[in-house]
Design a protein around this ligand. Structure first.
Ligand code: MG
Length: 263
């Protein structure tokens, strides 16, 4: 074999090795000659770091993504129950349901801890009443912590009791409430409390986007929702999503939940 042929073969081998290295990096891109991230076990751009699950987003804004548990899709209330009743008394309408005044709260059959929650609500057009008697309902996280539902587009109530408030603890950062007859959207992130027996290890944090406007940014709660007193923590595990019957015919639609793992 001539020297020229040997050189050609060496060149071809080098090109093949280079291509293989590029291909390997494309299949599993990243670096291992980089520093370890503080507080983590991974290199910067670590090729061994696991990827998050693929989730298909909803077809339209607000539609449930592929990994959501849909609690109400406009058709039936099979995911819900009412305490002490064999069947649900809240009336189902065309694509939404209404609070059944005086029948009690609506409670999801499923229990949730850390979660992303989407809820849409609307006050009926022509609603009357003032302050806490103007379209009052509520979205209770883990069955204990209320995000207030109220018509705060027209009248005034105490700030920590208006729409989007963490009731009795924090007003929302802004008031983007839509008028009766229009739909409001709550996108909520629950960072659930943790307990060790009777001891609080970590409090509850809530994030709320209210009609796309930031209303609570990882807000730390002082305890469960109470009226006229300061709430404290009572140890609990996962809890249901609860919608409050406060005597007003508030409407709900498009409710879904994504379970989130603890960090
Ligand atoms: Mg309420």
């Amino acid at each position: 074999m001539s020297l020229l042929t040997l050189r050609k073969l060496a060149y071809i081998a080098a090109v093949a090795a280079f291509c293989a290295a590029i291909q390997a990096q494309q299949k599993n891109p990243g670096y291992t000659d980089t520093p370890i991230l503080p507080g983590q076990k991974w290199h910067v751009h670590d090729p061994a770091r696991p990827h998050p699950p693929v989730v298909a987003p909803g077809a339209t804004p607000g539609a449930p993504p592929s990994d959501a548990i849909v609690l109400f899709d406009g058709k039936d209330l099979s995911h819900w129950t009412q305490q002490g009743r064999p069947d649900v008394k809240w009336p189902l309408r065309d694509g939404y349901f209404e609070v059944g005044p005086g029948t009690g709260d609506l409670v999801s059959r499923e229990q949730f801890g850390n979660a992303q929650i989407h809820v849409e609500w609307s006050e009926p057009a022509g609603i009357g009443g003032e302050s806490q008697d103007r379209g009052n309902s509520g979205v209770y996280l883990m069955g204990r912590y209320e995000i207030q539902v109220l018509d705060s587009s027209g009248t005034v109530t105490y700030a920590d009791g208006q729409a989007g408030a963490l009731y009795g603890e924090f007003p929302p950062l802004a008031n983007p409430t839509r008028h009766p007859g229009e739909w409001n959207v709550y996108d909520i992130v629950v960072d659930a409390p943790r307990f060790d027996g009777g001891k609080l290890l970590k409090p509850m944090f809530v994030t709320l986007l209210f009609n796309g406007v930031l209303a609570h940014d990882h807000r730390e709660l002082t305890g469960t929702t109470e009226h006229r007193v300061v709430g404290t923590y009572k140890p609990h595990g996962d809890g249901p999503l609860l919608l409050q019957d406060h005597g007003a015919r508030v409407r709900y639609r498009n409710i879904w939940v994504r379970r989130l793992a603890a960090e």
